[in-house]
Design a protein around this ligand. Structure first.
Ligand SMILES: N[C@@H](CCC(=O)N[C@@H](CS)C(=O)NCC(=O)O)C(=O)O
Length: 215
């Protein structure tokens, strides 16, 4: 059996990994490291991930960082359980993943977070924050328009890693008081109704024994 271990809880990026694992019905070990705690910067975790960011995943003795890459690797390895990265839509899923990681996460929500709530660490930058709020809405229009025809998921009837990536950012946006178009709110409600998402929230909040599976 494949040995999987995840470092990181209570984080949007860690949620992506827990969510993928939960959709796939896998059991795994978790080290419940949180951001901005002494455990995150301690030598023990620096030995796992020199940048001491979360999440990190180890699978069959090999470690990976970057939540999107981890989710895709899991999808590729375990597609016989559930196909979260359909071959026919390979590049489309990648397109959505890079869009989420770059446009919604790195240049919008993370800017708002770093220079808003976390400004004591990263510095005040009100112009950057208000610019990022506008940029978020402009970029979110791409996802809004893809879902405007009433399709349940980004690819249509097939739920994929693209939805895990986008869904993680919608939850994050909700907590940052960022405007979210109604089409994306409805989609977010569908995502929250998935048992895999509910289990992922439990795992990401440290309320689940992920090695045993189930909540
Ligand atoms: N691009 C990375 C970002 C990882 C990341 O920044 N994680 C945050 C928590 S959500 C973190 O560890 N922040 C603490 C720090 O930057 O020191 C990914 O998607 O995995």
């Amino acid at each position: 059996m494949t040995a999987i271990h995840v470092w990181g809880i209570v984080s949007t990026r860690a949620l992506r990994v827990h969510w993928t694992l939960q959709e796939l019905g896998l059991t795994y070990g978790t080290t419940p490291i949180r951001t901005r705690t002494p455990e995150q910067t301690a030598p023990a975790y620096r030995a796992v991930n020199p940048l001491h960011k979360i999440p990190t995943m180890e699978i069959d003795g090999v470690r990976y960082t970057e939540s999107g890459a981890i989710a895709l690797e899991l999808a590729a390895r375990f597609r016989d359980r559930m196909d979260l990265w359909p071959e026919a839509e390979r590049a489309r899923v990648l397109e959505w993943c890079f869009y989420v990681a770059m446009e919604l996460d790195a240049t919008s929500l993370y800017v708002i977070r770093r220079h808003g709530d976390l400004s004591e660490i990263y510095g005040e930058a009100p112009v950057a924050v208000s610019g990022a709020r506008e940029y978020w809405l402009k970029q979110a229009a791409k996802a809004e328009s893809a879902l405007a025809d009433g399709r349940p998921w980004l690819l249509g009837e097939t739920f994929s890693v693209a939805d895990i990536m986008l869904g993680s950012c919608l939850g994050w946006a909700g907590r940052r008081d960022v405007a979210v178009p109604q089409v994306l709110r409805d989609y977010d409600a569908r995502l929250h109704a998935r048992p895999g998402r509910r289990r992922a929230e439990e795992a990401n909040e440290g309320r689940m024994d992920t090695a045993a599976g189930g909540g």
